[in-house]
Unconditional design. Structure first.
Length: 451
């Protein structure tokens, strides 16, 4: 009996240590079994308490009266499948007549408490079928991306969602995006993960970093063009607009609009062209958009209008030409001048890290989802990297990118430097890699105590 007691104590201690230090290991070893049993045993009672049951049909009541049996109980949604995952459980439900997917979404918080899970989210798969994803622990506290992720052209896994699924940046589905975040909110780490995900792909990276290039220039070996000041940025954007026009001429020449060509093969963008003729897609990363919109003189105002006009043109017309925008900044609103709100309207993807005020959250999600605005302003300052990601459909998710140091991103870009394409239009802006230029060291006046 003593041996069984010692073994039981060791199991309990091991479970406690794993739950504290390695929640993912605890979930695989103990949590998934306990959670599945909890859901199956409590399912009917929990659904009834959450108002997710429907009364029996009339024919069942009639059969009960005719056979002199007790009246049948209220029926919960039918379980189609219960599937464990690396972070929780996935419950697929078949709704009863009269139920709606919104009823399940509204009861998510009550389901979380009733099933003793960390988080519960739901989405409608098709008419009458709802998928409920339950997480067993805080997956955003220590982000661990899955070893294998679904790979597609121009689709980058950049973060982990709170339901345990991978958050992708899909340029084919959402060509342009806006990323907001205050200082030390994790915006730079998110951008590094984006560059690290694009580095192994056949894509040209173009960077505009007006902070003298401190964020993007260390990754220069993987960039086809870089600009570190507004003057160079204006010329670079004009070159991209010119490239966009050339690509459209190529598409027009290869559309194959003849009577013997099926409609599905008529080219309307670069992805409809044959592989041998398809131009290289370009991703433009703007590190701080406010530096491009600010001005202090008439000449700078003309340059600013030229930059914003080029960005708006690329946002409106660049998708079919394979030019995608990734705009980052601390604030993004009408106070940056004319044309800014027009540019923001073209940025379908929205990501907001911790912001300093509600106005900044409204800049990202005010025209998309009020709930996302509320979630963005509630991000705690100590949780760097937490962000709210949404799009124009109104859906949003809480995400967190894995921590990637600048050294890790540089090593990855250097490893894939051979994939950097040479684009003739952007050759004048190709970063020089001959060596580092020694910067002047600011003089420091010695204090009286050390003089």
């Amino acid at each position: 009996m003593t041996g069984y007691t010692v073994a039981l104590v060791l199991v309990v201690v091991t479970a406690g240590l794993l739950r504290w230090r390695r929640p993912a290991w605890y979930w695989f070893a103990f949590g998934v079994t306990l959670a599945a049993l909890r859901v199956l045993v409590r399912y009917g009672t929990v659904m009834d308490a959450c108002g997710l049951t429907v009364p029996p049909s009339r024919w069942r009541l009639a059969v009960a009266r005719a056979t002199n049996r007790p009246a049948p109980e209220f029926r919960p949604p039918r379980i189609l499948r219960l599937r464990p995952t690396r972070t929780g459980l996935v419950l697929r439900l078949k709704l009863r007549p009269g139920q709606d997917a919104f009823d399940v979404a509204a009861a998510s918080d009550r389901l979380r408490h009733s099933f003793s899970m960390y988080g519960v989210t739901s989405r409608e798969l098709r008419s009458g079928v709802v998928e409920v994803r339950m997480t067993g622990y805080d997956v955003l506290k220590r982000v661990q991306m899955p070893a294998a992720s679904e790979s597609r052209p121009m689709r980058v896994p950049v973060a982990l969602r709170e339901d345990g699924s991978v958050h992708y940046r899909d340029y084919r589905a959402i060509p342009h995006a806006l990323t907001l975040g205050a200082t030390e909110s994790g915006k730079s780490v998110y951008q590094r993960n984006l560059v690290a995900g694009l580095a192994p792909m056949d894509v040209a990276l173009v960077g505009i970093d007006c902070k003298q290039g401190v964020e993007l220039f260390p990754l220069a070996r993987r960039f086809s063009a870089l600009a570190d000041n507004p003057d160079t940025a204006a010329e670079l954007l004009d070159a991209l607009v010119s490239r966009m026009g050339d690509v459209y001429q190529l598409i027009r020449a290869q559309q194959r609009i003849t009577a013997d060509v099926p409609d599905a093969e008529i080219a309307a963008d670069i992805w409809d062209l044959p592989d041998g003729l398809r131009p290289t897609p370009v991703v433009v990363l703007v590190d701080e958009v406010a530096e491009l919109a600010l001005y202090a003189s008439k000449e700078e105002e003309k340059r600013r209008d030229r930059i914003i006009t080029a960005l708006v043109r690329l946002a409106q017309l660049g998708r079919a030409a394979g030019i995608y925008l990734e705009i980052c900044g601390q604030r993004f609103g009408s106070e940056l001048g004319k044309g800014i709100t027009m540019l923001r309207a073209q940025l379908t993807g929205r990501t907001a890290h911790r912001v300093n005020d509600e106005t900044s959250a409204n800049m990202a999600f005010g025209d998309v989802s009020p709930d996302a605005v509320l979630a963005a302003i509630q991000i705690p300052a100590e949780m760097r990297g937490i962000a709210i990601a949404g799009d124009s459909s109104g859906g949003w998710h809480r995400i967190r990118a894995p921590h990637t140091s600048l050294r890790q991103a540089v090593n990855l870009c250097n490893r894939h430097a051979d994939r950097t394409p040479d684009l003739p239009e952007l050759e004048p802006f190709r970063p020089a890699l001959t060596g580092l230029v020694a910067a002047p060291v600011p003089s420091v006046k010695p204090s009286p105590a050390t003089a």
